[in-house]
Every structure is written in structure tokens, then in C-alpha cells.
Design a protein around this ligand. Structure first.
Ligand code: CO8
Length: 373
């Protein structure tokens, strides 16, 4: 058995930013247009007018101040309200692969290894831009990696579940060096015309290199253990899929084909589930909450993280103990906890413990207990 270690991470951040004010202005223009178009039905009481969104609500309810996206123009155009991305030919890399190459190149440089040394590529994300061939195999080809590659999707927990799969293979010896990459194009999947959720997501890509600790060229984080759990819930759901044209109504742009959630229920049910999961995980490893130097939590909602941090540490965590990045990135699905880890881990001292933890649709929770070397 070998000890798996994280030796490098990388983040691709799209250049385009949408602030809350810009988002709200576009949404309100859309709502006004729809209300004008449906004025008669609204006046007759057959339809409800769309209410305005507000930046104050968004910040207060979520902690989000802005999000990075691949295409700001389409999202902010009240006549479009979704990203518009160039159609690529089958002979050029897809959008997810392009994002992945940037993040992987940074992670490989940090680890000090060449892509040709990688023998496992896992593309773990909430949405794949196509069904097959696997996006991971295209990334493997474009990177020049060896071995094998596959896609996996556990929504917001895709990254931690991917880390568990890679770490287990490194541990057993079936793989020597792996990269887990999370290209999250949440803007393509979000319903920007729905006031309840239009502010939640952003785009990003993260990558994590995992190898045997004995192969590490510099400082690294030993993966002490991983723990994954799932429990079925319809509270975060998306009904898109290849069966859509087989449905009798023939509608291809139904509301439930984009992101749907019951946010209040998610908040209430997931917070205790995650806290209990993290506490059971560290206890099983003989690590006391006081010994945790840092929590790199999933980045969906600031209050949610405040509750979880308090429950796990038994006190209010300092900002330094539980860094948030959601104010700048919004929820980037599986990539959020990895962005936090990538940006806020270099300062840990040898012997320090920390936990990466993601949670979301499924429900799913994944935690990775790390020790700095
Ligand atoms: N502007 C102004 N007012 C608003 C707005 C708005 N934009 N939206 C709602 N309101 C109003 C509501 O109408 C309501 O009014 P009233 O009290 O009169 O009925 C009031 O504000 C409160 O509304 P909510 O109850 O909805 O507000 P909350 O305080 O619950 O906050 C949140 C909403 C922020 C969504 C919160 O519930 C939350 O963060 N919940 C947790 C969500 C979460 O973590 N989800 C995880 C999903 S991600 C995942 O698993 C991956 C999925 C796959 C990726 C998808 C890619 C796109």
C-alpha cells in the first residue's frame, strides 16, 4: 500500500465578471419586458407579474458579490438570458477541455511533473458538455497524459468523490500519478430567468494532482483518508437528459431542464448532515476538532458555511480557519472547495491537519482529511 498525496492544484478563472448590480439590472429588464408582454393576463389575474430581484437580497441571503462566467454578454442580454458559446467542430477541443488544460497545466507545474507522467485523468463535474466520448479522454489526449481517463458526476461533490477514487487507486498501486479536473460551466445550466436562483452560480475549473507521497518533489498534503456519503433527495434536481425528445409534450426548454432547487430545505437538511459527516470522519481518524487548522468547505452559501464551521469546531471559526471564496466566484459546484484549498493552503505548517468538504445535490457529501508535510 502507498500513501496518496496532493502535490499540486490549479485554478482556471474566466476573465469575465458579472457583479450583483449588473445581474439584477439585466434580470429586472427581463422581468419588465415579460410583464409588459403579459400585461393583459396579469391585469385579468391569470398570471402573476415577475417581481424584481435585488443586490441587497443576494448578498444578504448568500454572501455572493460577483461571479466569473465564460460569456457575460448572453447572460446579461434580457432577450437571451444564457451564455452564448461558439460552436466547435468535432476536431477541436471542447470548452471543458480548454478550461481543463489551463487548470491542469498550473497544477502540474506546481507538482513539478510532466503531463506524460500522469496515468489517470478523472474529469469530475456537475455537467458534461456531451455524453461521449468522455471529456476526460479528450483532456488526456490534449494534455499528452498516459494511462486511462473517465468522467464522473456527483454534482457539487464531484471533486471530492473524484479525489477518493484517485487516492484509492494510488493507495493500491494500480495508478502512480493522477489528475482530477473539475471544469464547471454552471452558467450553461443555470436558469438566469428565475429570480430565486439566478444569482447562485459561476464558471471555473480546478485541477488537483495526486501521487505517491514518496514521489513528491516539494511540500505536499498527505491524504490521510476520504469519506463519501449519499442520501437521495429531490430538493436539488435537473430533469434534462437524452429522453427529453421522447416525452409526449415535446417541449425541449421546460423549466425543470435547468437547475431546480428548494433552497430553504437544502439549507436545513444539508447543514446537520455535513457537520455530522465531518465530525464522524475526523473522529474515526483520531483527529480532534481542535487539531484542525483549516476547513476548506463547499462554497454555496456563507451562512451555511458559518453554521457548519461552528458545529465542527465547537466555536465560531476565525476567517483564517474557514476561508470563503464564494463572494468572488459564487457557487462553482464541485470546484468551490478546491478553489478555497488552492488559494489558502500554502501557509499551513508541517503536521497541520485540514479537511476539504463538499456537499450538494444527491444529497452527496465528500470529505478529504489532509496532513501537511
Ligand atoms: N431578490 C429579491 N428577493 C428575492 C430573491 C431575489 N433574487 N429571491 C428570492 N427572494 C425573496 C423570496 O421571494 C422570499 O420572499 P417572501 O419571504 O416574501 O416569500 C424571500 O426573498 C426569501 O426567499 P428564500 O426563502 O428563497 O431565501 P433564502 O433565505 O432561503 O435564500 C438561497 C435563498 C440563497 C438559495 C438559500 O436558500 C441557499 O443558499 N440554500 C442552499 C442552497 C444550496 O446550497 N444548494 C446547493 C445547490 S448546488 C449543487 O448541489 C450542485 C448542483 C449542480 C450544479 C448546477 C449548476 C448550475
Amino acid at each position: 500500500m502507498f500513501k496518496p498525496a496532493i502535490t499540486g492544484t490549479g485554478v482556471f478563472t474566466p476573465e469575465q465578471i458579472i457583479t450583483n448590480d449588473e445581474l439584477v439590472e439585466a434580470f429586472n429588464a427581463y422581468a419588465d419586458r415579460m410583464n409588459a408582454e403579459n400585461a393583459e393576463a396579469i391585469a385579468a389575474g391569470d398570471m402573476e407579474a415577475l417581481p424584481h430581484s435585488s443586490s441587497e437580497f443576494i448578498f444578504k441571503a448568500s454572501g455572493i458579490e460577483q461571479r466569473h462566467v465564460l460569456d457575460k454578454k448572453g447572460v446579461l442580454n434580457p432577450e437571451v438570458m444564457h451564455p452564448q458559446l461558439r460552436q466547435r467542430s468535432d476536431d477541436e477541443p471542447g470548452v471543458m477541455t480548454e478550461m481543463a488544460l489551463d487548470a491542469c497545466t498550473k497544477a502540474l507545474a506546481k507538482a513539478g511533473i510532466d503531463a506524460s507522467e500522469i496515468d489517470l485523468v478523472i474529469c469530475a463535474a456537475s455537467n458534461m458538455e456531451r455524453a461521449y466520448p468522455a471529456v476526460a479522454i479528450e483532456i488526456q489526449k490534449e494534455l499528452g497524459a498516459g494511462g486511462f481517463a473517465f468522467d464522473m458526476n456527483v454534482a457539487c461533490s464531484s471533486a471530492t468523490f473524484g479525489l477518493q477514487a484517485a487516492a484509492d487507486m494510488i493507495r493500491s498501486g494500480s495508478v502512480r500519478k493522477a489528475i482530477v479536473v473539475n471544469p464547471e460551466i454552471c452558467s450553461g445550466h443555470l436558469e438566469w430567468r428565475d429570480r430565486d436562483c439566478h444569482f447562485i452560480f459561476g464558471d471555473v475549473c480546478t485541477a488537483t494532482v495526486i501521487e505517491r507521497d514518496e514521489d513528491a518533489k516539494g511540500d505536499y498534503f498527505e491524504i490521510i483518508s476520504t469519506r463519501c456519503a449519499t442520501q437521495f433527495s429531490n430538493n436539488i434536481r435537473n430533469n434534462n437528459g437524452f429522453l427529453r425528445r421522447s416525452r409526449p409534450d415535446g417541449v425541449v426548454d421546460r423549466r425543470d431542464m435547468q437547475f431546480m432547487q428548494n433552497g430553504r430545505k437544502v439549507f436545513k437538511e444539508v447543514v446537520p448532515m455535513v457537520s455530522a459527516h465531518m465530525l464522524a470522519h475526523i473522529e474515526a481518524e483520531g483527529v480532534a476538532p481542535d487539531n484542525l487548522r483549516r476547513l476548506w468547505l463547499h462554497q454555496a452559501n456563507k451562512s451555511m458555511n458559518d453554521f457548519i464551521g461552528k458545529k465542527v469546531l465547537g466555536r465560531t471559526p476565525d476567517a483564517d480557519e474557514q476561508p470563503n471564496i464564494l463572494q468572488d466566484y459564487a457557487n462553482t459546484s464541485s470546484a468551490g472547495s478546491i478553489i478555497a484549498f488552492s488559494k489558502y493552503s500554502d501557509d499551513l505548517a508541517p503536521g497541520d491537519y485540514g479537511v476539504i468538504c463538499s456537499f450538494g445535490a444527491g444529497y452527496s457529501v465528500g470529505s478529504v482529511l489532509l496532513k501537511r508535510h
